[in-house]
Write a protein that binds this ligand. Structure first.
Ligand code: R5P
Length: 290
C-alpha cells in the first residue's frame, strides 16, 4: 500500500525517514504565520483517498497542535477519507484525570479534538499514561520504543543493570532487561511539585556495575538527577541515562551531565541534541501492519 506522508513542522525529518523506509511519497506543505501570529497552512501535494500525518505535539505544544488540527480538518474537507495520524510524542498526555475539582482533563480533550478533526487511526509511542487509550473511540496503537533502546544499549554496554527511577518506569526497565537478559531494579520517587521530586535512597546492587537509568520522559531532569546521584553513591562505575521522549526543559541536560553520567540518549520522537535512536522503522512497521 502506498501512503502519502505529510510531516508537520515538529516532525519533518522523521516524516522523511518514515517515507524513505516505506518507499512512499513525502508531501510538501506550506506552513507559516501571518504578521499577527495566526497560522497559514497549505497542503501542496496531489491528494489521494488516504494520507498519513506525522506530528509530535511537544513544545510549543499549542502551536504544534493547532497545526495538526488544521492539517487534519483540511485533509478531511479535501476529501481524504482515511487519515492515519502519527504522534510520536503525545503532548498533554500527563493529565489523564481531574485531580482537583474544576481541572481540565487535557489528555482527553486533545483526543476528542483529534477525533473530531478527522483522524481515523492514531499511532503513538510510549504514552505516559497507558489508560488514555481508553478515551479514544478510534483505534490507537501505542508502540514501545524500548526494544530500540535495548538494541542501542547492547551495542555500548556489556551486562548492564537497568534502573527505573520510579515505580512508573519499572515496566520499561523490565522490558529492556528482558530483552538484554540482564538485571533490573527501581527507585521510589515522590513528586513534590512539577519542578521538584524526592527520591528515596535504597539498597541497590550496582557497585562497580554499569547502569542504565530508563524513563519514558525527561522533562526538568529532576527524576534522572536524583537517580544518578543515588547510583553514584552506590558505586556504579558508569551511568548512562536513556529515555524515549527528550522534552529537556531549560538546562536539564547540563544538570544531568553534571551528576557524572557518561551519556544521555533518547529517541527522535522529539528533536534534541541526544535524539540518537530513530523510531522511523518502528512507525513504518506499524503503518505497514495496521
Ligand atoms: C513521571 O512519572 C515520568 O515518568 C517522568 O519520570 C517525569 O515526567 C520526568 O520528569 P522530570 O524530568 O521533570 O523529573
Amino acid at each position: 500500500m502506498i501512503f502519502l506522508i505529510i510531516g508537520g513542522s515538529a516532525s519533518q525529518k522523521l516524516a522523511a525517514n518514515i517515507a524513505g523506509e516505506l518507499g512512499d511519497t513525502l508531501c510538501s506543505i506550506e506552513t507559516r504565520k501571518f504578521p499577527d501570529g495566526e497560522r497559514y497552512i497549505r497542503i501542496k501535494g496531489k491528494l489521494e483517498d488516504e494520507a498519513v500525518v506525522i506530528q509530535s505535539t511537544g513544545y510549543p505544544q499549542d502551536e504544534n497542535l493547532i497545526e495538526l488540527f488544521f492539517l487534519l480538518k483540511n485533509l478531511k474537507t479535501l476529501d481524504v477519507n482515511d487519515i492515519k495520524v502519527v504522534i510520536p510524542y503525545f503532548g498533554y498526555g500527563r493529565q489523564d484525570k481531574r485531580f482537583r475539582s474544576g481541572e481540565a482533563v487535557s489528555a482527553s480533550i486533545v483526543l476528542d479534538l483529534l477525533q473530531d478533526s478527522g483522524a481515523s487511526k492514531i499511532f503513538t509511542i510510549n504514552l505516559h499514561e497507558n489508560n488514555i487509550t481508553e478515551f479514544f473511540d478510534i483505534p490507537v496503537h501505542n508502540l514501545s520504543a524500548m526494544p530500540l533502546i535495548a538494541d542501542y544499549i547492547k551495542e555500548i554496554l556489556d551486562d548492564p543493570v537497568i534502573i527505573a527511577p520510579d515505580k512508573g518506569a519499572l515496566e520499561h526497565a523490565e522490558e529492556i532487561a528482558g530483552i538484554l537478559r540482564c538485571e533490573h531494579d527501581y527507585l521510589e520517587k515522590r513528586r513534590i511539585s512539577p519542578n521538584e521530586v524526592e527520591t528515596k535512597p535504597k539498597n541497590l546492587d550496582v557497585d562497580e556495575r554499569q547502569a542504565v537509568i530508563i524513563d519514558d520522559i525527561i522533562s526538568t531532569g529532576g527524576t534522572m538527577i536524583n537517580a544518578s546521584k543515588i547510583l553514584k553513591e552506590h558505586g556504579a562505575s558508569k551511568i548512562i541515562v536513556a529515555c524515549v521522549h527528550p522534552v529537556l526543559v531549560g538546562n536539564s541536560l547540563l544538570k544531568i551531565f553534571a551528576t557524572g553520567v557518561v551519556d544521555v540518549v533518547a529517541t527522535n520522537t522529539l528533536t534534541s541534541d541526544v535524539s540518537v535512536i530513530s523510531v522511523a522503522s518502528l512507525i513504518a512497521d506499524a503503518l505497514r501492519r495496521y
